[in-house]
Write a protein of this length. Structure first.
Length: 255
């Protein structure tokens, strides 16, 4: 499978190659690791391209039957259905769609069990910031990091876990960009290519503006984390994340 391509003309720059994405979604995890040349634990694939920005996705998927189909809808945009879109769409994004931006690439394992191998990653240099592509819909989440720069480029939501949660040791800001999939961890998981395209364009604008800007990791105070259930109730009632009265940052969850 050929994942990497050169930049396409702007009018077609961010269009999903259905055949390549299908191959990624249907490929067993062990086969994909073998194709990437990774045979030892902890499994990680790293491509050092000399960049000051690192992009991340995870290879592992939920334990659901592999499937892939494109659903054509007469009055709405087509959708893609596959339980493996989380996070093979992220793998596609970093290896193909955004490859021309020249970012360093990290692919991880065991994210779905909240034991990401990203925790073992040793960077070859100090990065300016880290971006992950493993998020439903069209927002961005920052977990324990404080990244005010993303406002104005994306809607900002609240998340519980992905690889970058375990990457504090890099000492820089990290954030996770939504790539248009929905109903993850179910057999009804689908992606809206139009949402994905919009997110790619928004990320490219952010990248152009901040690729040379160090975004530091702001150390959190030791305020007590709140439960995901309480956070969900708060979001339903208030509509925006609770703020720690001591450090002034969004409160963490313990989930």
């Amino acid at each position: 499978m050929e994942c990497v391509q050169t930049a396409a003309p702007n009018s077609q720059k961010y269009k999903i190659d259905i055949s390549t994405l299908r191959e990624l979604c249907l490929m067993p995890t062990n086969v994909l690791w073998e194709m990437l040349g990774v045979r030892k634990a902890p499994r990680m694939y790293f491509e050092d391209r000399g960049s000051n920005v690192l992009c991340v996705a995870h290879v592992d998927c939920c334990d659901l039957p592999h499937a892939f189909r494109r659903v054509r809808r007469p009055d709405k945009p087509d959708i893609i259905m596959s339980p493996q879109l989380d996070d093979r769409l992220g793998v596609y994004t970093v290896l193909r769609a955004l490859y021309p931006l020249g970012m360093d690439i990290l692919l991880t394992d065991d994210e779905e069990t909240a034991l990401s191998t990203a925790a073992y990653f040793i960077p070859p240099r100090q990065y300016n910031w880290v971006v992950e592509f493993d998020r439903r819909g069209r927002d961005v989440v920052t977990y324990q990091y404080h990244v005010p720069e993303v406002y104005g480029y994306f809607d900002v939501g609240v998340g519980t876990y992905s690889d970058i949660v375990d990457m504090e040791h890099l000492g820089v800001a990290c954030f996770n960009v939504g790539i248009g999939f929905h109903k993850e961890h179910t057999e009804e998981c689908y992606a809206n290519p139009a949402e994905w395209e919009q997110q790619m364009e928004a990320f490219e604008r952010f990248f152009d503006d901040f690729k040379d800007v160090p975004l530091g990791f702001e150390e959190r105070c030791q305020c007590q984390p709140i439960s995901y259930e309480l956070l969900s109730l708060w979001m339903e009632e208030v509509g925006e994340p609770p703020i720690c009265p001591y450090c002034g940052l969004e409160m963490r969850t313990n989930g």
